[in-house]
Design a protein around this ligand. Structure first.
Ligand SMILES: CCC/C=C/C(=O)SCCNC(=O)CCNC(=O)[C@H](O)C(C)(C)COP(=O)([O-])OP(=O)([O-])OC[C@H]1O[C@@H](n2cnc3c(N)ncnc32)[C@H](O)[C@@H]1OP(=O)([O-])[O-]
Ligand SMILES: Cc1cc2nc3c(=O)[nH]c(=O)nc-3n(C[C@H](O)[C@H](O)[C@H](O)COP(=O)(O)OP(=O)(O)OC[C@H]3O[C@@H](n4cnc5c(N)ncnc54)[C@H](O)[C@@H]3O)c2cc1C
Length: 661
C-alpha cells in the first residue's frame, strides 16, 4: 500500500474526509511545488527513488549503533548519488523533492550537495569553477563548509583560524593557533568529506584582511587518509541528525597554493597584494542562499508533521464530545483544530514567502555580477528574517503536532520526534535566530533613521517613515489586517528607536544602548518579517489563477493565517492603536468559524502536500490510516522482543528477585 493512493484499503474515516474535498487538489499541489512541470518532475524522481528496495531499512535506525547508523545512511546516500548520475538528476532537482527523507537521521552528503556546491558557484572565480566544479559534481571531491569554530559560530569576525600568505612559495599557511580555533560542526566533515571550503582570517603583507573562503583538500583522494598537517574527526552524538558526521578540524601550518583562495570577489596577487571585494560581506554569500534553502527545508518538516497529525486526528477517537454519544474523531475538538489548521496555513505562507525571497536573491545575484551591491542589505535582511521565522514557526508547529498525537506522538515510529530534532537544529544553524532577527532590526533602525531624514530607503522598508494613522481602521478585511501589521511594525520600530535614542541621550554609548533595547529589537525583526510573510501570502493568493474551489480554500487559509497571527500578537496591535479590543474580539469569533469551516477540508489539505508514505515514514500518518496495525508491527521489531526473557533478566533481575525471596 505504501505510496499508492486510492480509496481501497483506507480506513472509513479517511475515505469520508476525502470524499468531502471542495477544491482541486492537484492545483494546490502545483502551487506548493511552484508549477505543474515541477510537480511532474518531482513525482518522476520520487517514483524512481521510492520504488528502489535499496533505500529500505532492514532495521529501524533507532536500534542501530552510532557507527551502523552512519554506515547505513552512507550506503543509501551513495546509492542515491549514483542513481542521480545515471538518470541525470541535478542537486537542484533533488531539492524540489523530499527524497532525502529516505535518510532517516541526517545526510552525510548534505553539505556537499548544498553549501559546498553553492560556495563554489558563488565565491569561486570562473577558472576555479572549471578546476573543481566537475570534480565536485561527479563526487570525486566531496566537500563541506567549514566556518564555525569551537569558540565562534555567530561572530565570524572572531574566527581564529589563520591563512597567512607566503609570497616566497606562493602559498597560504593554514593554522589553528588555539583549542577554540578548532573547526567544529561542519556536516559530513568527520569521516565523509575529502575537501572543504574553509573560512579563515586572511593575512597578507602583515595585515589581517578578515575571514575569507579557501578550498582545502583534507584527505587523500585515493586512500581517504587524512593529509599530514591536518587533524580530523567526528564530534560525537547530537540531539538529532546523528548520521551527518558533523566534524572537527585542526591545521598545523598546513600549506595550500595561493590559487586556493576563492577569488571571485577578492584576490591575493603573487606578490601578496590584496584586491578588495566591491562589498566586504560578499564572502558571506553562501550563508545567504543557504538561509533561504533552510527556510524551505523547515517548512517541509512542518508539512510532514501536520500531515501525520491531521490524518491521525481523523482516525483517532477519544472521549465524549456529547455525553453518551460515540467517541468522536479528535479532529472534532476545536482545540485540536486550533493545534493543526494554522500550521497547514503556515506551510503555504512560508513556502510562498521563501519563494519570493529566492526570486529577490536571483535578482540581487545578477546585480552583483554587474557590480551593483545596492540591494545586498535588503537581501541579507529578508533571508535572515525568513530563515529565523520559518525555523521558529516550523519547530513550534512540529512540536504542537507531536503533542496533538498524544502518547503515540512520542513514539519514534510516528516520525514526529526526529522531525522535531531536525527542525529545531534550524533555529541554531546557519545563523542563530536571535542573532539574525537582530540583523533585521539593525537594518530597520538604520532605514528608519534615514527615512525620517528624507534620505532614500529601499522599497521593503519605505513604510517605516510613513505617518501612522491616527485612529484604528474600522474595517477588518485581509488588506486591512496586512496594513495593521505594517502599521504596528512601523510603530514598534519608531518606539524602539526612540528608546535607543533616549538611552544614548542619557549618556549610554550606542552598543550598550542597543543591548539594553535588544529584546524589543528582536520583536521588531520578527514583526517586520511577519508583515512581509502576510503581505506575500495575500498577494500570492490574490494573483493566483486557479479554479473557484481552490481559490476559495486558499483565501480561507490566508484569512486564518492573518487572524491567527493578529490574535497571537494582539499586544502589538493594541499598543499601536491599529486595532481595538472590540476588533480583536470580532477576530477571535471569526477564528472559531474559520476553524469549523477548514476542519472539513483538513485531510484533503494535507493530502495536497502530496507526501508519499515512504517519505513520510510514519506509523500514524500513512495514507490508508491503518495506525494501530502499523504501531503494533513496528513494536514487534524491537530487538528486546526477539526473546521472551531478556539477557538482563539472568544477569541482573533474577539475582535481585531471588535475593529477596
Ligand atoms: C545545511 C546547513 C548546515 C549548517 C551550516 C552552517 O551553520 S554554516 C555556518 C553559518 N554561520 C552563520 O550563519 C554565522 C552567523 N553570523 C553572521 O552571519 C554574521 O557574522 C553576523 C551577521 C551575525 C554579523 O556579522 P558582522 O559582525 O561581520 O557584522 P555586523 O553585525 O558588524 O554588521 C556589519 C554590516 O554587515 C552587514 N552584513 C552582515 N552580514 C551580511 C551579509 N551576509 N550580507 C550583507 N551584509 C551583511 C550588516 O547588515 C551590517 O551592515 P551595516 O548596518 O553596517 O550597513
Ligand atoms: C546541526 C548543526 C549543523 C551545523 N552545521 C554547520 C556546518 O556545516 N558548518 C559550519 O560552519 N557550522 C555549522 N554549524 C554551526 C552553526 O552555524 C552555529 O552553531 C551557529 O551559527 C550558532 O553559533 P554558536 O554555536 O557559536 O552560538 P553562539 O553564538 O555562541 O550562541 C549562543 C547564545 O548566544 C546568543 N548570542 C550570540 N551572539 C549574540 C549577539 N550578538 N546578540 C545577542 N545574542 C547573541 C545567541 O542568541 C544564543 O542564545 C552547525 C550547527 C548545528 C547545530
Amino acid at each position: 500500500m505504501a505510496g499508492v493512493k486510492g480509496a481501497a484499503g483506507c480506513v472509513e474515516e479517511l475515505r469520508r474526509e476525502r470524499a468531502g474535498c471542495s477544491f482541486n487538489m492537484e492545483e494546490l499541489t502545483n502551487i506548493l511545488d511552484g508549477g505543474k512541470d515541477i510537480t511532474t518532475r518531482r513525482r518522476e524522481i520520487e517514483d524512481l527513488m521510492c520504488g528502489d528496495p535499496a533505500f529500505k531499512d532492514e532495521v529501524p535506525t533507532e536500534y542501530l549503533s552510532h557507527e551502523d547508523r552512519y554506515t547505513t545512511e552512507v550506503r543509501k546516500v551513495c546509492h542515491l548519488a549514483r542513481k542521480m548520475a545515471q538518470h541525470n538528476i541535478s542537486s537542484r532537482e533533488l531539492g524540489i523533492t523530499s527524497v532525502t527523507n529516505l535518510l532517516r537521521d541526517g545526510n552525510p552528503l548534505g553539505l556537499h550537495q548544498s553549501m559546498f556546491t553553492n560556495a563554489l558557484l558563488g565565491l569561486a572565480s570562473p577558472e576555479q569553477q572549471r578546476r573543481w566544479g566537475r570534480l565536485a559534481q561527479n563526487n570525486t571531491i566531496i566537500g563541506t563548509y567549514a566556518q564555525t569554530e569551537m569558540g565562534h559560530g555567530t561572530f565570524i569576525r572572531g574566527l581564529e583560524t589563520t591563512a597567512t600568505y607566503d609570497p616566497k612559495t606562493e602559498e597560504f599557511i593554514l593554522h589553528s593557533p588555539t583549542i577554540t580555533a578548532t573547526k567544529w560542526w561542519p556536516g559530513g566533515m568527520g569521516k565523509t568529506c575529502n575537501a572543504a571550503i574553509v573560512m579563515a582570517q586572511l593575512h597578507t603583507q602583515d595585515e589581517c584582511r578578515g575571514p575569507h573562503p579557501f578550498f582545502v583538500q583534507l584527505r587523500d583522494l585515493d586512500t581517504h587518509h587524512t593529509l599530514p598537517g591536518i587533524t580530523l574527526g567526528e564530534i560525537g552524538p547530537r540531539l538529532g541528525l546523528n548520521s551527518q558526521d558533523n566534524g572537527y578540524l585542526r591545521f598545523d601550518h598546513y600549506r595550500i597554493p595561493r590559487t586556493n583562495l576563492l577569488m571571485r570577489h577578492s584576490q591575493v596577487l603573487q606578490d601578496g597584494t590584496y584586491i578588495k571585494p566591491i562589498h566586504t560581506k560578499l564572502s558571506y554569500g553562501t550563508m545567504i542562499v543557504t538561509r533561504v534553502g533552510i527556510a524551505v527545508l523547515c517548512v517541509k518538516k512542518l508539512a510532514c508533521a501536520v500531515t501525520i497529525a491531521t490524518r491521525y486526528s481523523a482516525v483517532r477517537h477519544q472521549s465524549e464530545l456529547v455525553p453518551g454519544e460515540p467517541e468522536p474523531q479528535i479532529l472534532e475538538y476545536q482545540t485540536q483544530q486550533y493545534k493543526l489548521l494554522p500550521h497547514i496555513a503556515s506551510v503555504y505562507a512560508l513556502i510562498l514567502s521563501a519563494r519570493s525571497v529566492a526570486s529577490v536573491h536571483g535578482k540581487v545575484t545578477a546585480d552583483i555580477s554587474r557590480g551593483n551591491v545596492d540591494f545586498l542589505p535588503e537581501l541579507h535582511t529578508l533571508s535572515s528574517g525568513i530563515k529565523a521565522v520559518s525555523a521558529q514557526d516550523s519547530t513550534q508547529g512540529v512540536e504542537t503536532c507531536r503533542l496533538a498525537c498524544g502518547g503515540h506522538g512520542y513514539m519514534a515510529s510516528s516520525r514526529l520526534p526526529s522531525l522535531y530534532t531536525s527542525a529545531t537544529s534550524c533555529i541554531t544553524l546557519e545563523g542563530e535566530n536571535t542573532v539574525l532577527l537582530l540583523q533585521v532590526a539593525r537594518y530597520l533602525i538604520k532605514s528608519y533613521r534615514a527615512a525620517v531624514k528624507g534620505k532614500p530607503v529601499l522599497p521593503s522598508v519605505s513604510y517605516l517613515a510613513a505617518s501612522p494613522p491616527v485612529h484604528h481602521t474600522p474595517e477588518l478585511s485581509n488588506k486591512a489586517l496586512v496594513e495593521a501589521f505594517r502599521t504596528s511594525s512601523a510603530s514598534l520600530v519608531r518606539e524602539t528607536e526612540a528608546n535607543l535614542q533616549r538611552l544614548c541621550d542619557m549618556g549610554q554609548n550606542y552598543p550598550h544602548a542597543w543591548n539594553s533595547c535588544s529584546v524589543a529589537l528582536v520583536r521588531c525583526g520578527e514583526l517586520h518579517t511577519r508583515y512581509y510573510i502576510c503581505e506575500r501570502f495575500l498577494s500570492s493568493v490574490e494573483s493566483v489563477a486557479v479554479s473557484e474551489g481552490t481559490k476559495g480554500i486558499l483565501v480561507c487559509l490566508c484569512r486564518l493565517y492573518l487572524v491567527y497571527h493578529v490574535t497571537l500578537n494582539q499586544g502589538h496591535f493594541l499598543r499601536s492603536g491599529t486595532l481595538s479590543a472590540a476588533d480583536l474580539s470580532t477576530l477571535e469569533e471569526e477564528m472559531s468559524d474559520l476553524l469549523a469551516r477548514l476542519r472539513k477540508q483538513a485531510v484533503p489539505l494535507v493530502d495536497a502536500f502530496d507526501i508519499r508514505d515512504e517519505l513520510l515514514a510514519s506509523t500514524l500518518g500513512a495514507w490508508d490510516g491503518r495506525v494501530y496495525e502499523r504501531l503494533y508491527d513496528e513494536a514487534l521489531k524491537s530487538p528486546l522482543n526477539k526473546t521472551d526473557v531478556p539477557k538482563a533478566y539472568y544477569k541482573y533481575l533474577r539475582p535481585l528477585i531471588k535475593a529477596s525471596l
